[in-house]
Design a protein around this ligand. Structure first.
Ligand SMILES: *[C@@H]1O[C@H](CO)[C@@H](O)[C@H](O)[C@H]1NC(C)=O
Ligand SMILES: *[C@@H]1O[C@H](CO)[C@@H](O)[C@H](O)[C@H]1NC(C)=O
Ligand SMILES: *[C@@H]1O[C@H](CO)[C@@H](O)[C@H](O)[C@H]1NC(C)=O
Ligand SMILES: *[C@@H]1O[C@H](CO)[C@@H](O)[C@H](O)[C@H]1NC(C)=O
Ligand SMILES: *[C@@H]1O[C@H](CO)[C@@H](O)[C@H](O)[C@H]1NC(C)=O
Length: 254
């Protein structure tokens, strides 16, 4: 009985001690998303904040534990009930609206994604909100994927590209090899969807401790991304490519 009481007391102390709640991480995953692939696999809508950049978007800057390279673990929610203050991002809201957009339907503001990113991952970074988002924007600007890919003749033009060539084009730009996540695009073909890049705590790109093990084919589609893809039900650039069809009964019978 006495020992059980002692145990209850001990647990109480452990959970009450804030130090116990601090989890540490080894590296960041900078995750960039290609919006053309998103619009090709599901409907996408113009965000309420206006047109985003025609470029890779920030999907996240995730804190990870890479001690075990075969089982890298996300480090999340290090602080309970942490507040999110949108005004701390006011001097970078334009850049965030362009590069950390949310093109989900129905049309929405990206604010809720920033908030959940902050509460899930940002609070584990040891940075304050302003610094964390500024850091993510700077990393994205440095990892200028479209420019690295175009230097090797790789464009979002609906062509199939060698996955290894995509990885080495990016590696030439940032010095480390990224992980590529594919999704299923038109005609069930694998397409370039997300790029995972490892970054150390001081903002240097580093080789990842392990691989995510995503499934892609050896050649993958690089889908275009254009303004006119917003608010379209169609899932492919080819069949929505400005082809006018006589769709209504009156069109056919006038
Ligand atoms: C990281 O993960 C390893 C196991 O893979 C674990 O032993 C270690 O405690 C973790 N580190 C932190 C700070 O959570
Ligand atoms: C926003 O302010 C922070 C400091 O408060 C500064 O480091 C950063 O460069 C500013 N960002 C922009 C886009 O002006
Ligand atoms: C489509 O885009 C418009 C802005 O042009 C937006 O107001 C509307 O909510 C969007 N439609 C859907 C289904 O979200
Ligand atoms: C965030 O941290 C930086 C130092 O890293 C500091 O200069 C800045 O004032 C802090 N911002 C806020 C809003 O606390
Ligand atoms: C992709 O490129 C690599 C290296 O250049 C080559 O070994 C491989 O055969 C290529 N794969 C395809 C599907 O073309």
């Amino acid at each position: 009985m006495a020992s059980r009481l002692a145990l209850v007391f001990l647990l109480g102390v452990l959970f009450a001690t804030p130090l116990f709640a601090i989890k540490s991480f080894d590296f960041f995953y900078l995750v960039l998303m290609w919006p053309g692939a998103y619009c090709a696999q599901s409907k996408c809508c113009l965000p309420t904040t206006g047109l985003p950049a025609e470029d890779f978007f920030l999907r996240g800057l995730w804190t990870y534990n890479g001690t075990d390279s075969t089982n890298m673990k996300p480090v999340t929610k290090c602080i309970k009930n942490s507040p999110f203050y949108i005004n701390q991002l006011s001097n970078m809201s334009e850049e965030l609206n362009s590069y950390w957009s949310n093109i989900r339907c129905p049309s929405t503001s990206p604010k809720s994604s920033w908030k959940s990113t902050w509460k899930t991952w940002g609070v584990c970074s040891g940075m304050n909100e302003t610094d964390y988002f500024q850091f993510a924007l700077e990393l994205r600007a440095e990892a200028d994927l479209l420019s690295f890919l175009s230097k090797k003749g790789i464009y979002p033009d609906y062509n199939l590209y060698n996955l290894t060539d995509i990885q080495s084009a990016i590696a030439e730009g940032i010095g480390v090899t990224p992980d590529i996540r594919c999704s299923k695009g038109p005609f069930g073909k694998f397409q370039l969807y997300e790029v995972y890049i490892c970054v150390n705590k001081v903002g240097k790109f580093v080789e990842c401790p392990g691989f995510q093990g995503f499934t892609c084919s050896s050649s993958i589609l690089f889908h275009p991304f254009h303004d006119w893809m917003f608010n379209k039900t169609s899932t492919s650039a080819i069949d929505s490519n400005h082809i006018k069809m006589p769709i209504s009964w009156s069109d056919l019978h006038d």
